[in-house]
Ligand binder design. Structure first.
Ligand code: CA
Length: 231
């Protein structure tokens, strides 16, 4: 599988290339938008990892031009920004998925695998934990036929909690991943979103509970809502 990494930060680009090579992908690197677009247009890649802020041409423009030329290679966009409008804009431009920096390499590889499973198709698979699922294509949270739409921020918080599979995620990690380094938010904002999510979990009668560990963080507990529902 051939992967094209379009990223101007040399250190990140080298890290991604190394991690991809270690995982048996053939990785090529482009350091600016114009070279990246040229490479992507060749059609020889199975997936393109595309930074947003690039010299020459930004990532939005690169993916828009690819799609305009009917190049259907899956595109995973990377960005340091975490604003909702950027994510929506990136997806509207034709990207398949969006990963906000900083991200864990495990998460990065999981996204690459998911996008490669269905080449040319859209979106990453649903995320599931306990009796509840999240659909990244429409931001719906689902449980036994019931569903509720999440805001982009709620979705991101819930997604990170579910990916932990019940392990604790520190509040600082949530802040950093959902709102980014520069965002003017504090831990009380996280608590507000956690309370929104608890209400929405209740509305779809999910068996998941968001537990708070004082001064540490949050984790999900799957409490057997499935059995309760099956009776
Ligand atoms: Ca950049």
């Amino acid at each position: 599988m051939r992967v094209l990494v379009v990223e101007d930060e040399a250190r990140l680009s080298a890290t991604l290339r190394d991690i991809l090579t270690e995982n048996n992908y053939q990785a090529a690197v482009a350091g600016d938008g114009v070279t990246g677009l040229d490479e992507a247009m060749s059609g020889i890649y199975d997936i393109v990892i595309l930074d947003v802020m690039l010299p020459g041409m930004d990532g939005f423009e690169v993916v828009r031009k690819m799609r305009a030329e009917n190049v259907k290679t899956p595109v995973l966009m990377l960005t340091a920004r975490s604003e909702t409008s950027d994510k929506v804009y990136g997806l509207d431009c034709g990207a398949d998925y969006y990963l906000t920096k900083p991200f864990e390499m495990e998460e990065f590889l999981a996204c690459v695998r998911a996008l490669l499973r269905r080449p040319g198709d859209v979106r990453v698979d649903e995320i599931a934990f306990g009796d509840t699922r999240l659909n990244p294509a429409n931001y719906l949270m689902l449980c036994h036929g019931r569903s509720i739409r999440l805001s982009a921020t709620e979705f991101e918080v819930m997604r990170l909690l579910m990916l932990q599979k019940g392990a604790i995620i520190p509040k600082e990690t949530l802040l950093l991943k959902v709102w980014g380094y520069d965002a003017d938010v504090d831990e009380s904002s996280v608590e507000v979103y956690i309370s929104f999510l608890r209400k929405k979990l209740g509305r779809i009668r999910s068996g998941l509970e968001i537990r708070s560990i004082r001064r540490v963080g949050y984790h999900l507990q799957a409490d057997g809502g499935e059995e309760a529902d099956a009776v």
